[in-house]
Design a protein around this ligand. Structure first.
Ligand code: NAI
Length: 339
């Protein structure tokens, strides 16, 4: 089967080439992100493989269908960028990589916490300039602090284990209580209690209509003065203009973001010669206590290997046996009609 891989960067190709070896599929590597405007590039392909900032709204899914695509393989766990209902209406099979390395994302969240807390990014620059002063670099002991984890699924659970290892008291908010997490000593509370009691709030829940702007102005106002907010999940979980307001009011101690609501126009590209036109994002970058990374939490060798392997397996299963052959564990949950 011919497969169109959209949004492919050169560092990804060796992983996909390895995973595809011997399977007999022909891969079209396409640098452009998938959208209604670029879907025609998949002409003659039986499947399309897409990433997190590809825009698969209904017109894009319709154009993929017209191009001959019968299956969309997501190289991600999250599927908020795909009109799942449109794919179901058009009879296009969807598969994802539900888990590739929860450690990669949880460890990146911890990297953001440690960097913000101990200012290692600033220390690195100072020392290279032979400035060996430590003014302004004071942090706090993580030991004994309260960490709030929103979402204790695969990534959140790993994150809770790591933070417990630091000697933190861990609170969690999740509609599903995990007995394993409770055994670990994690205490489930309401989101409001988590927001108001935590020194560090970390978001590890998916973006859904219910979780959009789960961190909004009132929740930011509830947070402890000087608290830290970490978001490695999806940008839409945070109301960014409200976050900028809280930072301007000096109410937050630090903010670590690997995702941003409008990241599709920014991330995964070198814009160093361009003008950033998004004023909210540009303002965010001016705060000394904000670290933004461009959606790289997943980016480890182990995760890339797993993403390529599972994506190719999903494609191969579909090529051999149609939608019914896709591992149900990798299927994208269908929207509940009328819900
Ligand atoms: P998961 O499905 O294993 O866990 C998500 C958890 O969130 C579940 O326990 C669920 O019950 C909980 N949840 C749902 N609604 C909630 C709410 N309203 N309040 C609190 N908790 C709620 O997902 P996993 O694998 O842990 O991934 C979490 C998210 O991380 C993904 O949805 C994705 O958006 C993001 N992610 C980010 C990556 C990055 O590179 N930055 C890479 C991979 C995932």
């Amino acid at each position: 089967m011919r497969v169109a891989f959209f949004s492919v960067k050169k560092y990804e190709r060796p992983f996909f080439d390895d995973a595809a070896a011997g399977k007999g599929h022909e891969i079209d590597y396409i640098e452009a992100p998938a959208s209604a405007a670029t879907a025609g590039l998949a002409q003659g392909c039986g499947a399309a493989c897409v990433f997190v900032n590809d825009r698969l709204d209904r017109p894009a899914v319709e154009r993929l269908k017209q191009a001959g695509v019968g299956m969309i393989a997501l190289r991600s766990a999250g599927f908020n960028h795909v009109d799942v209902e449109a794919a179901a209406d058009l009879g296009i099979a969807l598969a994802r990589v539900p888990e590739y390395s929860p450690h990669a994302v949880a460890e990146h969240a911890v990297a953001l916490i440690l960097t913000l807390n101990r200012h290692t990014h600033r220390a690195f620059n100072r020392v290279r300039e032979h400035d060996f002063s430590i003014d302004g670099l004071m942090g706090f002991d993580l030991h004994g602090k309260t960490v709030g984890c929103v979402g204790t699924g695969k990534i959140g659970s790993v994150f809770c284990r790591i933070m417990t290892g630091f000697g933190c008291r861990v609170l969690a908010a999740d509609p599903f209580v995990s007995p394993d997490m409770e055994k670990l000593g994690v205490r489930y509370v309401t989101l409001d209690e988590l927001a108001s009691s935590s020194d560090i709030v970390a978001l590890h829940c998916p973006l859904t209509p219910a979780t959009r702007h789960v961190i909004d102005r009132p929740r930011l106002e509830m947070m402890k003065p000087g608290a830290m907010l970490i978001n490695t999940s999806r940008g839409g979980l945070v109301d960014t203009p409200a976050l900028v307001g809280a930072l301007k009011a000096r109410r937050l101690g630090g903010v670590g973001l690997d995702v941003y609501e409008e990241e599709a126009d920014l991330f995964f590209r070198d814009l160093s010669e361009e003008v950033i036109r998004d004023d909210v994002f540009a303002r965010l970058l001016t705060f000394p206590n904000v670290i933004v990374t461009s959606h790289q939490a997943f980016f480890t060798r182990e995760a890339m290997t797993a993403i390529a392997k599972v994506s190719m397996k999903n494609i191969d299963d579909f090529a051999r046996g149609g939608p019914g052959a896709i591992d149900p564990a990798n299927a994208v949950p269908l929207p509940r009609r009328g819900a």
